[in-house]
Ligand binder design. Sequence first.
Ligand code: G3P
Ligand code: MG
Length: 251
Amino acid sequence: MLAQLNTPAIIAHRGASAHAPENTLSAFKLAIEKQADAIELDAKLCASGEVVVVHDATLDRTTNGTGKVNETSLSDLKVLDAGSWFDDKFASERIPTLDEVFGIIGDQIPINVELTNYTSAGDDLAVKVAALVKRHKLTGSVFFSSFHPLTLSRARRAIPEVPCAFLTLDGFGGWLARNIIALFLSHQVIQPPYMNVTKRLITRAHRRGKRVNSYTINDAEIMRRLFSWGIDGIFTDDVPLARQVRAEVSA
Ligand code: G3P
Ligand code: MG
């Protein structure tokens, strides 16, 4: 499925998150409307075991609730307002389950599911997400990503036909992940932050048969630079801006 994406692909980071509250159905629908090439979302387990779509480990920033997602049941999550923090007009937005997103968005657009069990890496997230991908028959339109190599390995074992992207952090940890840990991991894509991307990094990755997607780019000048170097995809909150820059660069 990765080969079917536009190059460079414009991936709506947490949905069209510059224009709607991140990781909500509104943000995902808007990303489709604004003609993103793919959406990215953050998946983790809540206390009752369902896979929910929310970025932070805690509820405080993006809902009117408090506390940890993995200590809150789905029924308690579902009463929270996940939109007013962004704009009052989104007050009815709820934290979606991945099951709901797959049911509603389906294969209308490729979906990058980031496996974000960073505070509970031994949990069943990868296996549960793989089961949802199979049940919704979305093997051909989903790819996984994670900063955690063991979580990616578990996802790969559970559903080998879904591509995996290795997310890396900035700094020494990122260098170690890209240059050492990546040698032991089976993945099709590396996803470093834009500060770490050079033309050489892209060329070397391509030589090894890997794609490069970079995060999170909302600045036109940085987009222009990465597009001209031949990046395969960028994560952006601002899909219209990225589309405009891509059109300029390819004109
Ligand atoms: O996948 C790109 C990006 O989403 C990784 O960072 O923290 O926004 O999930 P974060
Ligand atoms: Mg993410």
